[in-house]
Design a protein around this ligand. Structure first.
Ligand SMILES: NC(=O)c1ccc[n+]([C@@H]2O[C@H](COP(=O)([O-])OP(=O)(O)OC[C@H]3O[C@@H](n4cnc5c(N)ncnc54)[C@H](O)[C@@H]3O)[C@@H](O)[C@H]2O)c1
Length: 316
């Protein structure tokens, strides 16, 4: 590791910030949390209680989890001793600009400054700042204490040392960082998700399929395949012994000719899709749906871990 990470500051304790808080604390870091929300204490306690079993299922020691999490009076107090700051405030460029200017003033000079930003690139909120070399995006998938991927996206002024440090940090907290070398809007994960969602909405609008059947198509085929191999390795294997080259010349050409749809943005058409999704899932309360999702995701992660361990044992 390029440097030790002992204290993390989590700025913004909503959906993403609370999940990071639990993960960092489960990896033994001292976590300082700052958020002006009036229910911060209750929300943090509830999140730690809810996420502890998920962390334990990943083999992490959750004893003393709450004791490592401290609620700071403000941003300045939270970052005072930080080795790393993970920002998770509102997705507004003005907010992030002001906050990162404050972080540069108030966090120790060695602290790595990371943003969970989903679509705003680091250059947009750090370009004019002194010391922007240590600012970059570490974009997680929700919830970050379960989802391994973190997209590490440097801004124009981010140093290579900061990129390496971010990769080391996320690796140390059990994530799988992937460095992306251009600040594409939506980065890579959300662009892929958006391409699929666009076609899904189009197919429902066209009356080809219902939202719940479309979900079944994905969870019973692509979802299972993609947790084992990505689209490129999937195609490489799909091409048989001739690999990706054969796939590309053979099925690939007819796939290229598919005319993918553009969903209607007409408010009434959009409303019809929203109502269809609500109707499909209204019978089960939100908490039950979310718990079922988390249980299944944990089971997939555990199964993959098992396969990796067996493979590792075989090779060593
Ligand atoms: N929700 C997702 O699926 C998801 C996934 C990946 C990344 N992100 C990104 O993470 C960030 C946070 O998203 P979220 O979904 O957790 O939002 P959220 O609305 O749940 O939480 C944002 C939190 O920021 C707090 N906040 C507002 N002003 C603040 C200030 N001055 N200092 C500290 N905290 C402040 C709010 O009180 C709120 O609790 C966004 O940039 C978002 O794009 C979200």
């Amino acid at each position: 590791m390029t440097r030790p990470f002992r204290t993390a500051a989590v700025i913004g304790a909503g959906t993403i910030g609370l999940s990071w808080t639990a993960l960092f604390a489960a990896h033994g870091l001292t976590v300082q949390v700052s958020d002006p929300r009036p229910d911060l204490e209750d929300a943090t306690d509830e999140a730690l209680a809810e996420f502890a079993p998920h962390l334990a299922a990943q083999g992490l020691d959750t004893d003393g989890l709450a004791g490592r999490v401290h609620l700071a009076a403000d941003v300045a107090e939270a970052v005072r001793d930080a080795d790393v700051v993970q920002e998770n405030g509102p997705e507004r460029v003005g907010f992030k600009k002001e906050l990162f200017a404050q972080l540069i003033r108030e966090a120790p000079g060695h602290a790595l400054l990371l943003s969970s930003s989903s679509a705003i690139p680091a250059t947009a909120f750090s370009a004019g700042l002194e010391d922007a070399g240590r600012v970059l995006v570490g974009h997680p998938f929700n919830p970050p204490h379960l989802m391994p991927l973190v997209e590490v996206v440097p801004g124009e002024r981010t140093t290579e040392e900061a990129v390496h440090a971010a990769v080391d940090f996320y690796t140390a907290v059990g994530r799988t960082p992937v460095v992306e070398r251009q600040e594409m809007p939506g980065f890579v994960g959300n662009r892929l998700q958006s391409a699929l969602s666009r076609e899904a909405v189009y197919l429902v609008q066209q009356g080809v399929i219902s939202p719940e059947d479309l979900d079944t198509v994905v969870t019973h085929s692509l979802g299972i395949r993609w947790s084992a191999v990505g689209p490129f390795l999937g195609s490489h294997l799909g091409g048989g012994p001739g690999g990706y080259r054969h796939m590309s010349a053979h099925i690939g050409q007819s796939m290229q000719q598919l005319d993918l749809g553009q969903p209607s943005q007409d408010p009434q058409d959009r409303e019809r899709v929203i109502e269809a999704v609500e109707k499909a899932y209204a019978a089960t309360p939100y908490t039950e749906l979310a718990e079922a999702r988390d249980r299944k995701q944990l089971a997939v992660l555990a199964a993959l871990d098992d396969v990796r361990r067996t493979q590792h044992d075989k090779e060593n």
